[in-house]
Design a protein around this ligand. Sequence first.
Ligand code: SF4
Length: 331
Amino acid sequence: MEKKGRVFSGARPTGRQHLGNYLGAIRNYVALQDEYDCIYCVVDLHALTTLQDTQRLREWTYEMVLDWLAAGIDPERGTIVFVQSHVPQVTELHTILSMIAPLGKLLRLPTYKEKVRQQPENVNYGLLGYPVLMAADIALYKATVVPVGEDQASHLEFTREIVRTFNYHFGPVLVEPQAKYTETPRVLGIDGVNKMSKSLNNHIELASSPEEIYARVHMMVTDPQRQRRSDPGRPEVCNVFSMHKIFTPPEQVKQIDHDCRTAGIGCVECKRIFAGHLIEHLAPFRERRARLSQDPDYVWNVLREGARRASVIASQVIEEVKDAVGLPKRR
Ligand code: SF4
C-alpha cells in the first residue's frame, strides 16, 4: 500500500514504559505504521538537558525500546527505530539552524520558562536550544508528519517556522512538517490526581506481572465520597471508571456505571474486574517482551540497523543543506 508520508517522533529514554506512555504515545506509534513510513527516535541528547545522572541512559534506552518492540513497533514493517546520538548529522543541522533561530522567540517559549522554574540551578544552553535540536531531528529526515499532543504544538510550530526561514534564505531544501494531532487522553496515576509518571511513583508498568498489576490497581484512588460499601458512587469522578472505559467491553462498562451509582458493586470488586481486563489486554505484550528479551542483543541490533538506515537519509539531507547554505565542499 502506498504510504501517505513520513512520520517522525522522538521520545526521551525513560526506561520501562507505563500505561500513560502507552495510551499517550506508543499505541499511536503502532497504529501510524499502517499508513506512514515511520521513524521513531530515542532522543538521548535531549535527555542530557535535564538529567543530573546520565549513567542509566543505556539501560533506560534498552528497556524503553524493548517495550516499544513488544507493543508492536515493528522494524520488519519498515519502521526505523534508532538512537539520536547514533546519527551525529543531527548536531550539524542543529548548529546550522541555530544561526537562523530567533533568540527572542526561544526565550519566550513557555516550555523554556517552565524548565527554568523547575531547575533554576541548571539553566543550560541545551534547554534554550531544545526546540532547535528538535527542529533538526525532524528536518534531517524530511518528515512530513509529526504526531503531537496539544501541549507540544508550540514546539512543532517553531520547527515549521525555522524550516520556512531556512527555505526562504537558502532555497526549498527542507520539508515543512504537518502536525498530526493525536488523541492523548490525560492518564491519571493511581493517586487519581496527578498525571501518571514514574517520578511520582503513581504508575503501572506495562511489563508488570499479573500479580503486580492487581496490587497497583488495588491501590487506585476511587470516588472519595464513597466511604462505605453501601454509599452510591460517582463513576464520572473515578479514575478506575475512566480506565474501564478504555479496557472493558462497553456493555460491562454500562453495567458498572449503573451498579456503582446504586452501590450494587464495591470498589474492590470493580478494581478486580478492571485489573482482569488490563492483564488480558497486556498478555500479548508480556509474551512478546519475554520472547524478545531472551536475546539480549536483539534491541541493540534493531537500533544498529535503525541507525544505519537513518544515516542514509541524514547523510543525503545534510549534504543538500550544506550545499544550499554555501559551505565549501571538502575536496
Ligand atoms: S465502584 Fe468502580 S467506578 Fe464506582 S467508585 Fe468504585 S471503583 Fe469507581
